[in-house]
Structures are given as structure tokens and as C-alpha cells.
Design a binder for this molecule. Sequence first.
Ligand SMILES: [Ca+2]
Ligand SMILES: [Ca+2]
Length: 356
Amino acid sequence: MGKLVALTLLGVGLALIGERLLAFSNRQRMNVSREVEPVEPGNCHLIEGIETGSEDIDILPSGLAFISSGLKYPGMPSFAPDKPGEIFLMDLNEQNPRAQALKITDGFDKASFNPHGISTFINKDHSVYLYVVNHPHMKSTVEIFKFEEQQRSLVHLKTIKHELLRNVNDIVVLGPEQFYATRDHYFTNFFLSLLEMVLDLHWTYVLFYSPQEVKVVAQGFSSANGITVSLDNKYVYVADVFAKNIHVMKRDDNWGLTQQKVIQLNTLVDNLTVDPATGDVLAGCHPNAMKLLVYNPEDPPGSEVLRIQNVLSKKPRVSTVYANNGSVLQGSTVASMYHEKLLIGTIFHGVLYCEL
Ligand SMILES: [Ca+2]
Ligand SMILES: [Ca+2]
């Protein structure tokens, strides 16, 4: 009997230690105690008219910026949970750029529009397409729109669904209906996905999609999030948000990806863009993810943008472009450059415009 009691006590003790270790590792992963020192580049101000998120931003070579707004994502705050999402346009060539919601043509279910990651694609005939990760009723689809510049509108062309296109976060389009997409959690059920996060299962992946072939091309991410390509289209950059790093992967002729290196950071990396002038990677980051998961307006989540220079070299250089404790900008997800102009987007807050 004494042995049984001892064994039981040992078991309970081990379970408690395990639980504490798990809690500790999750606190570490979420950067619970991290505060940011403010960094502000040049002149910055919030853009009027966008107050409910700007999760992803993609800027055309002409300076027209697309902004996805109004994301509803399980476990994340939303300031307008009943309002459908929208796509905004800004012309960064203007002296004082303003945001304008793009009209979406009829025949598309606008009431359930819940846009997340976006990617533009310019066809050989110069027509512009916007691919949008959408979560209607919390499912995942990819919507293809044709952008009509004169009418300032989006014409819906197609909804892409696929068994492997689940819990999609971001996409990068490289050809007509050819794209890479990230899956940010494995389980669709909210409680199982929380368990997945706590146990750090690394079951998420990068997918290649084309009408002919759909395949997993990279896996083992804790939570694959932002994805983009190098200026020469030879490398793919993938952010693993909970692992706080960026994977640099080389593309092969069959759309496969081979990992070249991992750039480890001390912040939870969300969307990635490439500065068209330099090829540097710009990363929208969450310095302290616990403040996102447990939202407190008195102590809101901060924002952080990193620039990674010489990404392919042995020693990439990481510098802070923008950092704020949430007093100005909450929950940054993306930073996108056009000449000396910078736009910083957020999950559920505003969008910041800076002239560097
Ligand atoms: Ca994107
Ligand atoms: Ca994202």
C-alpha cells in the first residue's frame, strides 16, 4: 500500500512539474514579459477610415496598395464582429494618400467576406488580379478578383476550395491560379487548435496549389503564417509565428521547396513583404503575443516591424524599423514599402502611414 501511495504521489508530482514546464515554455513562446522600446521612422500618422484591421497589405509596382480589413479570427479581438470585411485601396503616389473601400461586384457573398492574407498577380497582358484568403463562416477559401482600376472595383472571378486548403493564413501567387499558401494551425476546432498550440505540435505546412496539382511542399512548422517570394522569384520566405523565425527556402522547377536556413528572432513574426528597392525582407511582428490572446485596452498589444538585410548571406542583418507599445498602433501584422513610404497593417486596429 505504501508503494502505491508513493507511486501515486510521484505521478502527481511529475504531472505537476510537466504542467509547469509546459506553462513556462508557452510563456516563453508568447513573449509574455516582453515590452518594446519605441522606434518611429520619420513622419507617421494613422490613416482615416480604417479602424477594424488591415491584416495584409500588398503594393503594386505602380504604387497602388491593397489592404485587407475586418478579419474575424478565433481567439483574436475584433472591433466590428458583425461587419463584413473589406478591401481598401490607397494610391501612394498621392501627396496625402487616403484609403478608399473597393466596390465588389454582385454575385459574390459580401456578407460573409472575411479577408485575411492577400497577394496581387499581374498577368502578361498587364491585367491585375487580387487573390484573397477568405474565411466565410470560418472556413478557408481563396477568392480571385480582377481589379478594375478605372472603376475602383473588384470583379469576383472564382472561389478556390480544396481539401488541403484549410486554416489558410497567407498566399503568394506566382502564376495564373498557381500559388503557395500557408496553413497556420492543423485543427479547425478552436479548443483542439488551442491544445495544438500548447503542445506545440508542429503540424502545419506550406502548400502549392495549381488546377493540375495540389501538394504539401514544406512542413513541420509550429504555425506557418506570412509567405512571400524574393524579387527574382527564386526563394520563398515563410514566417513561423510561434517559433519566432523566418524560413528561407529555395524553389525548384517542380514548385518544390528546399530549406536553406532559418533566421531566428525574438518576436512573433506574422506577414512578410519584400522591399522592391532593396530585396530586404520586412516583417510585421507581435512583440508580446499574450497581450493579443488576452486583450486589455489598458495594456494593449504592441507593434514591431523588422527589416532583414542580406537575407541570403551568412549573416543577415536585422534592424527595427518601427516599434510601439500599443499607444499608437496595436497588433502589427505587416509592413509594405513603396519608395520612401511605408504602410503598417494590424489584425484588428488601424493602419499606419510613414514617410521615411
Ligand atoms: Ca501576403
Ligand atoms: Ca498573417
